[in-house]
Design a binder for this molecule. Structure first.
Ligand code: SAM
Length: 336
């Protein structure tokens, strides 16, 4: 189903005049991978009662759309490992959104890509940090590269408007694969974005400051081989985009450290426990699960709490790689 553009006027404006029109929803904290920079190896996941039901997630999504939100991204954890999650995609896909999008590790796409497309997902981001099976296994601790590559093929066959590869580059781990990843995306008509590692959660086995590889480092590597031209394009998220002159491939950089993106922040995040996070890098939050469970079916009560939350959206975050993580939430809880 194709969603029609939202007609609702924006109602979520914070103290700094920023309009929130984008919500990222984490539909599960569980994942079938254990990426080294994202999770500890022996993560404890949330008990079922603490987690929003798929119906509650759809209800909250509807409230946001009625408040003028135009774009919803489903993420996690790995969103596609949640049982029956396709129903949530269908419910949200039927809302008057500009875009319903997904971030996934790709492992479930071989059997889900077509259903997601049919549910109204327009664009899809697939995380891929290495094209070498052994290294891929090391980074994800358990992942199977072939399964992800099959997922990428399935997504291409399903015909999404756009597929983007997301790569986190870490020094001494996969910094020698920047060009291979760019080539892989180019040859398949996909975009690629490089994400700087963010210090979320205690993950144990690597020193974040030592592994840090900045967007400028990645860009310099690409420019050894290709010519990049800066573009003003935006997909409504935090990426800065360039085009590769030789191939037309769009290359994005998500750089929370080197190029602070808070001034133009237009988004909030919902954790699967129902915490509305007003900033990726701060703890300011509102408990929407409590509101939804105390006022079943009362969408106006929920919308009022969401409107009021704009008063505590922080001006920005301040990540410091050298310091101990101030945020104990892992990315799988926050919703990457
Ligand atoms: N499981 C899905 C996936 O792999 O895309 C969605 C969730 S995952 C948390 C979303 C993205 O966040 C992935 O591209 C992942 O590489 C990235 N990510 C996880 N932890 C990160 C961190 N500490 N810093 C930067 N990116 C991170």
């Amino acid at each position: 189903m194709t969603a029609t553009p939202a007609s609702t006027s924006p109602q979520l404006v914070d103290r700094y005049g920023r309009t929130v029109n984008y919500v990222r929803i984490s539909v599960t904290d569980r994942c079938d991978f254990r990426c080294v920079y994202c999770m500890a190896e022996d993560m404890e996941f949330l008990p079922r009662a603490q987690v929003l039901t798929l119906e509650e997630l759809a209800f909250i999504g509807r409230a946001f759309v009625e408040l003028g939100v135009q774009k919803i991204r489903l993420t996690g954890g790995e969103p596609l490992v949640r049982r029956n999650v396709i129903h949530l995609f269908r419910d949200l896909g039927a809302l008057p959104l500009r875009e319903l999008v997904l971030t996934t590790n790709g492992s479930q796409l071989p059997h889900m890509a077509q259903d997601l497309k049919d549910a109204g997902v327009r664009r899809i981001n697939i995380s891929l940090d290495s094209l070498r099976p052994d290294r891929f296994r090391k980074i994800t601790r358990v992942g199977d590269l072939d399964q992800v590559l099959a997922g990428i093929d399935a997504a291409r066959r399903a015909g999404f408007a756009r597929i983007k590869i997301n790569s986190v580059i870490l020094r001494h781990r996969n910094d020698d694969e920047v060009i291979d990843l760019v080539r892989f995306a180019s040859e398949r008509g996909m975009d690629i974005s490089f994400i700087e590692e963010m210090p979320l959660g205690v993950i144990g086995d690597h020193d974040r400051a030592e592994a840090f590889y900045s967007s400028d480092d990645v860009r310099r590597d690409i420019e050894q081989v290709y010519t990049l031209t800066s573009t003003a394009e935006t997909t409504g998220g935090p990426s800065r985009y360039f085009r590769i002159n030789q191939t037309g491939t769009r290359v994005g950089f998500i750089s929370p450290h080197s190029h602070n993106f808070c001034d133009s922040c237009n988004r909030v995040r919902l954790t699967v426990e129902g915490r509305l996070l007003l900033c990726l890098g701060q703890e300011h939050s509102v408990d929407l699960k409590r509101v939804v469970r105390a006022n079943p079916g009362d969408i106006e009560a929920l919308k009022q709490v969401i409107r009021d939350s704009m008063a505590i959206k922080p001006k920005g975050h301040d990540f410091d790689l050298a310091a101990k993580p101030v945020l104990l939430r892992h990315m799988n809880v926050t919703g990457g």
